[in-house]
Structure formats: structure tokens, C-alpha cells
Design a protein around this ligand. Structure first.
Ligand code: 6PG
Length: 225
């Protein structure tokens, strides 16, 4: 596990864009992307990085159960902020009335372009945010989705957040590199908990299961470390 701390949120976004651009060029052109404000700041800067974008294939580690043109769509955000400006391809979750069918369909599509591994599709790189409650992707504390062992993408009902679609622990734990982006003093406690080593919160479970993890934090988020 590696931890890098940037002086502020803007420098964190610049650092994260550098890390992701280098990873896309050196390790492999497939990347899983999160929604949220911290990732969005990074994607904005990533659009200006020198990457062989025509080879890049991106997917969403989670999505709301909304049509792609809905303002809450994570893929819609990534498309507007990044993929409208570069030659890469973003595979958005296809809309289905049934969230479960949408999740099944997306898992099938992921298997069609992610690198194949011994235990299933094996992402080269995954970028994740961390919520103030320790959720990551749309794996929330106490969610039944955390117990899924036989599927890579599932639909999940999240109290106060509605119906979500999310990568599961099996898929996220196969990623060769997991990059967590965390910014802001309001995340300091959860970051300290995550990095204490014995947390059972979703982001900590993903971090423990991942082969290699990089935490990219700003100084405010790292203040309790
Ligand atoms: C989502 C994200 C979610 C997000 C975290 C961090 O759909 O909202 O996938 O997991 O990455 O909540 O978001 P912030 O960086 O905006 O706090």
C-alpha cells in the first residue's frame, strides 16, 4: 500500500491525473472509474494529459439506476468531463427498466473487454472514491451487495440513495491496482479508520482484498494520520 498526500484538493486532482495517465500508458488501457466530486476534479485534469486515448477503454465502478442522460448519472459526468474531450471509449451502463437486468448486462459487457484472469475479468486499474460513511463504489455499510461472491456487478437498494448498480468485492478485488481518491477534512476520520487496518467498512474491505493499493489524499483528509 502506498499513500501520497497533496497539499490541497487541486494539487490532489493534478497528482491523481498524473498517476492515472502514467498507469494507462505503462500498465494497460482499461480503467474503472468512480462517480463523485473528488474523481470528477481528477477527470477534468486527466483530459489534458498525454495518453494514447484511442486505446483507452473505461467503465463505471458504480452507477445510479437512471438513464444515461440523467443529471445524476456517473457515466454522464465522466462523459461530459473527460470522454467528450478525448478519443477514449467509456462504456456506460445500458438502461434497463430492471436494475438487476442492467447489472447482469453490464457484467457480461465487462467480461467482453476487461483482461481475462484466472478468476474472471481482471481490471488493470480501478479508481475509487470513499464516502463519509466508508462506502466505495456503491458498496455501502450493511449492504447485501457486500456479501455477493458469485457476480461481478449487482443492483442494490441503498437507503436514502435509491437503487444503485455496483461492482462487487469479487470484481474489485481482482483489480491489479486500486487508486483511492479522498479529499477534505470531513473525510479525515474515515481515512484514519480505513488505514487503521482493522476496519470492516466497505472501502477498507476493498483495500484489504486488492493486490495493490494507492491512497491519494489531500492534507485535510490525511490530517489524522
Ligand atoms: C458515487 C460514487 C461514490 C463516490 C464517493 C466519494 O456514485 O457517488 O461512486 O462512491 O466516489 O461517495 O464521493 P466524493 O469524492 O464526492 O466525496
Amino acid at each position: 500500500m502506498t499513500i501520497h498526500i497533496a497539499d490541497d484538493s487541486d494539487l490532489l486532482a493534478e497528482l491523481a491525473a498524473d498517476v492515472i495517465a502514467e498507469r494507462l500508458s505503462s500498465a494497460g488501457p482499461d480503467i474503472g472509474l468512480a462517480g463523485g466530486g473528488t474523481p470528477r476534479s481528477t477527470y477534468r485534469r486527466l483530459s489534458h494529459r498525454d495518453v494514447k486515448w484511442a486505446t483507452v477503454t473505461a467503465w463505471m465502478t458504480d452507477e445510479r439506476h437512471v438513464r444515461p442522460d440523467h443529471p445524476d448519472s456517473n457515466a454522464g459526468m465522466a462523459q461530459r468531463v473527460l470522454f467528450d474531450h478525448v478519443a477514449g471509449t467509456l462504456h456506460a451502463v445500458s438502461w434497463r427498466e430492471s436494475a438487476d437486468e442492467a447489472a447482469h448486462d453490464y457484467a457480461r459487457r465487462l467480461a467482453g473487454f476487461l483482461p481475462a484472469g484466472v478468476h474472471g475479468p481482471t481490471p488493470t486499474t480501478v479508481v475509487l472514491g470513499v464516502g463519509g460513511d466508508g462506502h466505495t463504489a456503491s458498496l455501502f455499510p450493511g449492504s447485501a451487495a457486500l456479501a455477493v461472491t458469485d457476480r461481478d456487478f449487482v443492483a442494490t437498494q441503498v437507503p436514502r440513495h435509491g437503487t444503485r448498480l455496483t461492482a462487487t468485492l469479487p470484481l474489485l478485488s481482482r483489480a491489479r491496482l486500486t487508486v483511492f481518491l479522498v479529499s477534505g477534512g470531513h473525510k479525515a476520520e474515515i481515512v484514519a479508520t480505513m488505514l487503521s487496518g482493522d476496519s470492516d467498512l466497505p472501502a477498507a474491505r476493498v483495500a484489504r482484498a486488492a493486490p495493490e493499493v494507492v491512497w491519494l489524499l489531500d492534507r485535510d483528509a490525511a490530517r489524522l494520520l
